[in-house]
Design a protein around this ligand. Sequence first.
Ligand SMILES: Nc1ncnc2c1ncn2[C@@H]1O[C@H](COP(=O)(O)OP(=O)(O)OP(=O)(O)O)[C@@H](O)[C@H]1O
Ligand SMILES: [Mg+2]
Length: 332
Amino acid sequence: MNTKINPSSYDSFEEDLPQPRRKPRPTKPSKATLAFVQQQDDTRSSFQFTYKAARFEEWWLLDSLGEFYEHQWVSDVLRRVKGGKEASVYLCRAGSAIPAAQFAAAKVYRPRMLRNLKNDAAYREGRTDLDAEGRHVIKDADLHAMAKRTAYGEELRHTSWIAYEFNTLKKLHAAGADVPEPFAMQKNAILLEYIGDEFAPAPTLNEVSLEPDEVEPLFDRVLANIQILLRAGFIHGDLSAYNILYWEGNISLIDFPQVVSVTQNRNAYRIFGRDVARVCDYFTRQGLNLNPGKIASDLWQAQGLTPRPAVDVRLLDAENPQDRALWQGAEN
Ligand SMILES: Nc1ncnc2c1ncn2[C@@H]1O[C@H](COP(=O)(O)OP(=O)(O)OP(=O)(O)O)[C@@H](O)[C@H]1O
Ligand SMILES: [Mg+2]
């Protein structure tokens, strides 16, 4: 495998690594270091991929995707599709475990993704944390570690975030939503149906200007998906034209780690309203005349949910007119 450093991909991974000491002194490697290096060498010798990754990125991929390779979910990593703030997505050749698919998309989370998440608590409210198998974390010691934000606790929270994305995709796919089929999950990555072809991934909706006759049907399709989510008890939490892929006239909703519980989160309606408003922004630019507030409240009530939003004043922004209106509405 080529380990030549490609400066652009090198930079984005370098910042997550511990910085070297100013004056490195030659020391005997610890047993743990030797074991780690040995393990990397073993995995490397069997898992070789086409994608020319920078050295650190290559280690990161071997560690994050090694199990997918061992279980033959993937046979090769072809290229990096997108490097995001929280994760990078790679185009992989599908392995024999998914004979129906030619490709798969591996979403590999950056190690310190939680640090970047603003207001993590607002999304996590009402969600029990999940472990690497997607089961609820119930051990007191683990819950304590998460609450105290120890290194181990942060690892668990990180895993929980990934497990939420995977489990939500499984439920939504089974419920008939337009989401990529989820194939497998590893401690740091999920493997999904790839939307696109071997030359390019599907663009996101915001990169596309729709033909006039497809605007309305696609908007209805997005609303139908929002309803499937609500029925399943979820709000996307970061829905916009940036998290909807467009391919051959169809859409796929992506990016679910921050999914919010409809009934257990006090800010559910507010987060829901924001999702609907952002989707409406895009479709208004495509020529539709929309009333996002009414659409959100109609969808909400159609599910038999309480029309009055539950408002948590601590999360409202006094400078924002929409937030002020929400607060006044709740007071009356
Ligand atoms: N299943 C898929 N098939 C093809 N491309 C995909 C797939 N999933 C994600 N992508 C591409 O990778 C990008 C990042 O994915 P996603 O939004 O899930 O991660 P993210 O880290 O939250 O990214 P961002 O911070 O940019 O929102 C998407 O915008 C899309 O271009
Ligand atoms: Mg995204």
